[in-house]
Design a protein around this ligand. Structure first.
Ligand code: URA
Length: 272
């Protein structure tokens, strides 16, 4: 692992400026691998155990957070009209790290968003080549039928000429205005446009994939820390899932689809 200056490692966490980091180190308030380190230029690996004023510091180069996006926020970096960026909900030290959303959700949409400062990773999982399945729980303004299920499974072409890859629609057996939709592209307003092509308007849209949305997780706008907690462990698993899907999508699309349908089966049963 590449060695880095201690002051840079401290400031890279977003909790301290470089000047604050130097002051803390020179004051003897920082330990590295169990010993006080007073040299801001001391070279350490990212895996080193660092404490500041006795508190352990997460020195990971990249962080991955899962956030339950509330309606009325945007996934881009800048406000859109009255809607603030969802990253405004993060604690100050994470805002300073400059985390970005992996993929996007409309301002009125809710649900799972990944946030990271690992640009390569974000690019890899959002690339259309990754064909990463994304599942949304939607409510629409009228009943959905088998004809709608078949139309989406065949792929939709809008009058404008925009083409959408086949999508999976799974209608709730007890309420035909509720459904899970799984898409693999991530085009702008994809789910709303697919529903509009079936003369249905989306009233609510929540991204649940690959979670069912029922497990305990970071609630309304709070970020879940990836270290230690059960939701932290989940986030690591989630990242592996994303990596796994992306690799399989490139190398064995059919196998990934079978796995995905198996995932959907688990999801539906979990819902019951
Ligand atoms: N499809 C949409 O229409 N909106 C979203 O936010 C995500 C997918």
């Amino acid at each position: 692992m590449k060695a880095e200056r201690l002051d840079k490692i401290l400031s890279g966490t977003g909790r301290f400026s470089r000047a604050e980091a130097r002051t803390l180190i020179r004051a003897g308030l920082v330990t590295a691998d169990g010993a006080v380190e007073r040299d801001p230029g001391a070279k350490l690996s990212r895996g080193a155990a660092v404490t500041v004023r006795g508190e352990p510091l997460d020195t990971a180069e990249f962080v991955y957070y899962m956030l339950n996006k509330p309606a009325g926020t945007v996934s881009g970096a800048a406000p859109e009209g009255a809607y603030p960026p969802v990253t405004d909900l993060l604690p100050e030290h994470l805002r300073r790290r400059g985390l970005s959303c992996v993929g996007r959700l409309d301002a009125d949409a809710t649900g799972l968003l990944l946030l990271t400062d690992d640009g390569d990773y974000a690019h890899r999982v959002t690339s259309p080549r990754s064909e990463l399945p994304k599942t949304y729980r939607i409510r629409v303004d009228g009943p959905l039928t088998e004809t709608d299920v078949r139309a989406l499974a065949e792929g939709v072409t809008l009058r404008s000429g925009t083409e959408y890859r086949p999508a999976e629609l799974s209608v709730d057996p007890e309420d035909d205005t509720l459904a899970l939709v799984t898409v693999t592209e991530g085009k702008f307003h994809e789910v709303k446009n697919l529903m509009a092509s079936r003369d249905r308007r989306v009233l609510s849209l929540e991204r649940v994939s690959p979670r069912s949305g029922r497990e305990p997780c970071a609630g309304g706008g709070a970020a879940a820390d990836r270290g230690g907690s059960s939701s932290g462990i989940y986030i690591k698993l989630l990242k592996y899932y994303y990596d796994f899907c992306a690799i399989l999508a490139l190398k064995a699309t059919k196998l990934r689809k079978s796995l995905h349908f198996f995932g959907q089966f688990l999801l539906k049963n979990h819902k019951k």
